[in-house]
Design a protein around this ligand. Structure first.
Ligand code: FPP
Length: 210
């Protein structure tokens, strides 16, 4: 969801206002995706590198996650199931505060019976760390070093291969996001900042699959 900061800067607003707008836009994109029968939507909410941002910005983004994971009534109305992908809370480098852990666990539990779209939030996520921990578990458990074995050791093995990867805000490069899962995926690049990513943009991205 790139470009929240730039969206805010262009309006002479603080970066945090861009993230707030980004969260509102995520709610709108979720509604649009459900209308279009999208089965899986995965968004990069917070990376393992994002902890390095200024404290006030990190605190604001954490609060937005708590709020998003709390929007269970809306998600129930849409029959959306929440999932999370990221560094396990118990891992030595994990820094997810308890209030976010609680919100994530509760949202997963509360929406687990929903049978429509699965909305997966990547929080404290980094693809290389995900792959490294899978490789380490292969070694520790003396498993065969095959693609099939590694796939089962990813953070969220149920996540299907990505059909279309979206990059907003003019970023024409791949980031540390779902590197294993995007093999063979289409890529939709747009200059629109995340808060401006609307239904029309979603249709453009999905048109790559036609
Ligand atoms: C990248 O834009 C955005 C983030 C690091 C945060 C994404 C968070 C949200 C959209 C808020 C809520 C989302 C959830 C899932 C609750 P940037 O800050 O790097 O913007 P820039 O590239 O313009 O600087």
């Amino acid at each position: 969801m790139d470009g929240n900061g730039r969206w805010a800067k262009a309006r002479h607003l603080p970066r945090t206002a861009g993230h707030t707008e980004g969260e509102e836009n995520l709610a709108a994109v979720v509604r649009s995706a459900v209308k279009r029968d999208v089965g899986w939507l995965t968004v990069f909410g917070f990376s393992t590198e994002n902890w390095r941002r200024p404290r006030t910005e990190v605190r604001h983004i954490l609060g937005l996650h708590e709020k998003l994971f709390g929007r269970v009534a809306e998600l129930d109305d849409l029959n959306v199931r929440i999932q999370w992908i990221g560094r396990p809370f118990r891992s030595p480098d994990a820094r997810t505060p308890r209030f976010v852990q609680r919100a994530i666990r509760k949202a997963i539990d509360d929406t687990s019976a929903n049978t429509g779209m699965t909305l997966t939030i990547a929080f404290d996520y980094g693809s290389r760390t995900e792959l490294a921990q899978a490789a380490q578990r292969i070694i520790t458990n003396d498993l065969p070093a095959t693609a099939e074995a590694l796939e089962q050791l990813l953070y969220l093995p149920e996540l299907p291969p990505v059909d279309v990867l979206v990059r907003t805000s003019g970023e024409v490069r791949i980031s540390n996001f779902l590197l294993w899962q995007i093999a063979g995926s289409k890529v939709y690049f747009t200059d629109k900042a995340w808060p401006d990513f609307d239904e029309h943009e979603l249709d453009n991205a999905l048109a790559l699959l036609a």
